[in-house]
Ligand binder design. Structure first.
Ligand code: IMP
Ligand code: MG
Length: 178
């Protein structure tokens, strides 16, 4: 993998500049929408950590951050639930307007399970913002409230998204060639 590291990511799909502009717009929009409200930005680790970091710095209202990490068992033999919480939130979300910050919605299965878990905890409100949306592969009907980029059915890496744990540190979104 290290030998082909650069070759695998030659095709830039979304540039650093385009990401920066879109994230700034989204931050402005959220700042207006949530002004005066207790806001909790929740990121699903690990893919969304860079998006969250940049998004929260484009918001000029008070907000708190929290993280959840999950493990999925879709198509597995587990009979109890399809998503296991590896790391749970530290906040009582019933006191907050929660914004889930996601890297990409692909099949929609992970996020729809996370939403079920969150709704049981009665947040003041719940919205979803995703950096990328890949609607062609959707299995569960699920739409983000805010989606920054809709992309075709390609596997992408960079800006937090990984292939086998690598490429998260690329500053742009690239199409990945295996
Ligand atoms: P799904 O919507 O449940 O299918 O899963 C979404 C998760 O799969 C995302 O949060 C990513 O972590 C991962 N994922 C889906 N598509 C891609 C991709 O193109 N590149 C990198 N990770 C992806
Ligand atoms: Mg993810």
């Amino acid at each position: 993998m290290e030998n082909n590291y650069q070759e695998a990511v030659k095709c830039v799909l979304i540039s650093e500049e385009d990401i920066r502009k879109a994230v700034k717009n989204a931050g402005n929009q959220l700042s207006q929408e949530y002004a005066g409200k207790p806001v909790l930005l929740v990121s699903i680790l690990k893919g969304a950590f860079i998006f969250l970091g940049d998004l929260c710095r484009c918001m000029d209202i008070p907000c708190r951050l929290d993280f959840m990490e999950t493990k999925s068992y879709f198509g597995g033999t587990e009979s109890t639930g399809t998503v296991e919480i590896i790391k749970d939130l530290n906040h009582d979300i019933s006191k907050y307007h929660v914004i889930i910050v996601e890297d990409i919605i692909d099949t929609g299965r992970t996020l729809s399970e996370v939403i079920k878990i969150m709704k049981k905890r009665n947040p003041l409100s719940l919205k979803i913002i995703t950096l990328l949306d890949k609607p062609a592969r959707r299995i569960v009907k699920l739409d983000a409230d805010i989606s920054l980029f809709t992309i075709p059915d390609h596997f992408v890496v960079g800006y937090g998204l990984d292939y086998n744990g690598y490429y998260r540190n690329l500053p742009y979104i690239a199409e990945f060639k295996e």
